[in-house]
Design a protein around this ligand. Structure first.
Ligand SMILES: Nc1ncnc2c1ncn2[C@@H]1O[C@H](COP(=O)(O)OP(=O)(O)OP(=O)(O)O)[C@@H](O)[C@H]1O
Ligand SMILES: [Mg+2]
Length: 136
């Protein structure tokens, strides 16, 4: 599997989250990364408590060229969703609305670490990982 592609998707998600946190203006900005396995998929969640996304924009943000960022191009999520699909995975979003933060979920085929495979992301069977970055 192309680790480089996964990394590229994650870098955009984290950079978007940082933008959303700055725009959200909460005194305590929290970016959480969560990794868990769901059956044969590795799920990577990038969660922020930033500016949030209006319901009508939840699908638009994946269109090529959609951006609200000052120096944005609107390529990141579009390319990320296509790349995830090409890896037999998916990229999805959830937000309760403006001011309510956002959660992006990247799912990529995964096999247990003791079954090495070149084609998939390897995660130990029951391992969960969570890290939160808090800036106040
Ligand atoms: N975590 C988030 N919270 C709120 N809105 C978001 C978040 N992530 C993305 N968005 C919205 O989706 C839009 C598209 O994101 P996308 O990554 O595709 O492009 P971009 O960041 O604007 O530009 P770039 O091409 O440099 O990535 C953003 O401009 C923003 O409006
Ligand atoms: Mg982006």
């Amino acid at each position: 599997m192309d680790k480089h592609k996964v990394l590229q998707i994650l870098i955009n998600l984290i950079s978007n989250a940082k933008y959303a946190l700055d725009a959200g203006g909460l005194p305590q900005k929290i970016l959480t990364l969560r990794v868990r396995r769901e059956h044969d998929m590795a799920c990577i969640l990038v969660i922020d408590n930033g500016i949030g996304i209006a319901a009508e924009n939840l699908t638009k943000i994946f269109s090529y060229g959609f951006t609200t960022h000052k120096n944005g191009h609107g390529f990141g999520l579009h390319g990320g969703a296509l790349a995830a699909k090409a890896l037999d995975g998916s990229l999805s979003v959830q937000s309760e609305g403006p001011g309510k933060g956002a959660t992006f979920t990247l799912k990529i085929p995964s096999q247990p670490a003791d079954e090495p495979s070149r084609g998939t992301l390897r995660l130990p069977q029951h391992e969960r990982f969570q890290a939160a970055l808090i800036q106040s």
